[in-house]
Design a protein around this ligand. Structure first.
Ligand SMILES: CC(=O)N[C@H]1[C@@H](OP(=O)(O)OP(=O)(O)OC[C@H]2O[C@@H](n3ccc(=O)[nH]c3=O)[C@H](O)[C@@H]2O)O[C@H](CO)[C@@H](O)[C@@H]1O[C@H](C)C(=O)N[C@@H](C)C(=O)N[C@H](CCC(=O)O)C(=O)O
Ligand SMILES: Nc1ncnc2c1ncn2[C@@H]1O[C@H](COP(=O)(O)OP(=O)(O)OP(=O)(O)O)[C@@H](O)[C@H]1O
Ligand SMILES: N[C@H](CCC[C@H](N)C(=O)O)C(=O)O
Ligand SMILES: [Mg+2]
Length: 498
């Protein structure tokens, strides 16, 4: 049982605001889900505004309403005698009261947060597996592909859950005896305060390149948002006094900016000779990588099935976290020797065909460049790509992605990738602006585009199907259809007689 007066005490100075105390049964930021006895937090969002639904929430039995003080400054609803609490930032208030409601679950768990433009999902999955198997402990994970408590995975909507949902996940994790939770933190999440109220122990910076400028407007504000996560380290007091560490990719041009935000200790990683944990690639082919590592914890070599230089960065970040958390070098070497596959990331589609088909999640200029460059370095045959750009997402990246593919590919198939409310042909036109290459086909039906690319491929060629990775839906303006690049490619290859 938890009383309203206790939950909202961090938000008010005058306890008389609460004329009628009650047991709080939950919190909600969506009037459509609210139940009797719950607190309703009004959020002004990008498309809608929770303040429009106060009456709805009261009728459904909300026991308290939290509002933006600039929009609404009543202290109680006179008709129903429901406390109405004005605050300066309702998203922040939601994060704070959610952690009180769930009794500060992050306090009892080591929380590892990963942010950066690319590599977050890959790095979180690597960290989670090194920690759970390396320390033989129960772990939790929250990220783009799935959330997980112990061995149980759950699907969800956004990469980083809303603060209330994150606190609930951490609460269940704590109840289930989880020792470590690794969370992927998007820039939207930092901006929308989804991790406020979560005590962070380790924060990792992977890299920063162009993405999400529709939301952040320019690189400086995008960079500043990412930086905020690092300033949170060590801020929340807690009972377990274990170290707080920032783990930073030294080779990224933004690393020194990120380091400046950190008040606690920093451990850097990279392939250059300045980093604390230094990797040196000994061998890298389509089937995997051998990398030697020098660190505070000694020198050693790892062998893994993950290919590509960019994955060496993800591996180094994960190895650094595992070493900090006490996983032995021997254990790390043994665990990385097992085949690793990250759903929809450089995933090979093998049906016995004599060319290579890869499904990848590259959907930014930098990730597309990295994956294409790696393929070029690893394979001799011709290279084609099937890709598009998401609607209602950063428009500036489209032309740049066009330039990237025209620099690396022999054949380009431009197609749909979740056009959402935008006109697919306009998205394709934006991409084409960056292409200086006559071998371009615009085929907006993604299945047909994949079909044409697979028919184009000859012996030892590569077809990269990029942008949707693990996704299983194609989102249009008026409908959403089932669409999984991996299944579609397998079906087509089968039809082709493989
Ligand atoms: C742009 C963005 O970040 N949107 C997120 C945001 O929604 P919003 O602020 O736009 O909400 P809104 O629809 O305007 O509604 C405002 C408020 O009114 C409430 N409402 C609305 C209608 C109603 O009848 N009653 C009611 O109470 C809503 O519940 C909400 O609280 O807050 C919502 C609740 O947490 C999120 O679900 C939603 O994510 C949408 C689905 C989304 O697509 N987000 C993407 C852009 C995103 O967050 N992506 C990042 C990372 C991407 C990456 O991996 O690179 C992520 O973390 O997933
Ligand atoms: N460290 C990295 N640097 C650059 N590109 C990377 C890196 N790791 C992976 N990539 C590329 O980026 C794609 C997405 O990788 P991943 O899903 O791990 O990143 P993410 O940061 O979680 O992306 P999102 O922001 O969509 O959640 C991969 O499919 C690969 O092409
Ligand atoms: N999770 C990210 C990446 C989506 C990738 C691509 N498939 C798209 O729809 O743009 C987003 O929502 O921006
Ligand atoms: Mg991700």
């Amino acid at each position: 049982m938890i009383l309203l007066s206790e939950i909202i005490s961090p938000l008010i100075t005058d306890k008389r605001t609460i004329t009628r105390d009650s047991n709080v049964l939950g919190i909600s930021y969506d009037s459509r889900d609210i139940k009797k006895g719950e607190i309703f937090v009004c959020i002004k969002g990008v498309t809608d505004d929770g303040h429009n639904y106060i009456q709805d929430a009261i009728e459904k039995g909300a026991s308290c309403i939290i509002v933006d003080k600039n929009r609404f400054n009543l202290c109680s609803d006179s008709k129903n005698n429901i406390p109405i609490i004005p605050v300066s930032d309702t998203r922040k208030a939601l994060a704070i009261i959610s952690s009180v409601f769930y009794r500060y679950p992050s306090d009892k768990i080591r929380v590892v947060a990963v942010t950066g433009t690319n590599g977050k999902t890959t790095t979180t999955i690597l960290i989670d597996s090194l920690l759970s198997l390396g320390l033989d402990t129960k772990t939790a994970l929250s990220g783009t592909v799935y959330n997980k408590v112990g061995k149980k995975t759950e699907s969800h909507q956004t990469t980083t859950p809303e603060s209330l949902d994150l606190q609930e996940l951490l609460y269940r994790s704590k109840e289930d005896g989880v020792s470590h939770a690794t969370i992927e933190v998007s820039s939207h999440a930092i901006d929308q305060m989804r991790v406020v109220g979560t005590k962070l122990d380790i924060a990792i910076f992977t890299n920063l390149t162009q993405d999400h400028l529709d939301y952040h407007k320019n690189m400086e504000s995008y960079r500043n948002t990412k930086g905020k996560l690092f300033s949170y380290l060590g801020l929340l007091p807690e009972h377990n006094k274990y170290p707080k560490v920032a783990v930073i990719n030294k080779d990224d041009p933004y690393s020194s900016f990120i380091e400046k935000q950190v008040a606690v200790q920093t451990v850097t990683y990279g392939l250059g000779d300045q980093a604390d944990v230094q990797g040196k690639i000994e061998k890298c082919d389509l089937f995997g990588t051998i990398m030697s590592v020098e660190s505070f914890w000694g020198s050693f070599t790892i062998k893994t099935t993950l290919p590509g230089k960019y994955n060496c960065y993800n591996l180094l970040a994960a190895i650094t976290v595992a070493l900090i958390e006490g996983v032995s070098v021997n254990k790390i070497q043994t665990l990385l020797r097992h085949p690793i596959s990250i759903p929809g990331r450089f995933e090979k589609i093998e049906m016995g065909q004599n060319f290579i088909v890869l499904v990848d999640y590259a959907h930014t200029p930098d990730s597309l460049k990295n994956v294409l460059k790696s393929i070029r370095e690893l394979v001799e045959g011709r290279l084609s790509v099937v890709f598009g750009c998401g609607g209602e997402r950063d428009k500036e990246k489209r032309e740049e992605m066009g330039t990237v593919v025209s620099n690396y590919c022999d054949k380009i198939f431009i197609t749909n990738d979740n056009p959402r409310s935008e006109k697919p042909e306009n998205i394709a036109k934006d991409i084409v602006k960056g292409i200086d290459n006559r071998n371009v086909v615009i085929e907006l039906n993604r299945q047909y585009a994949i079909e044409r690319a697979l028919s184009w491929a000859g012996e030892n060629d590569v077809v990269l199907i990029s942008g949707k990775g693990h996704e299983t839906k194609q989102i249009f303006d008026d409908n959403v259809i089932e669409f999984d690049d991996r299944k579609v490619a397998r079906r087509i290859l089968e039809k082709m007689g493989y």
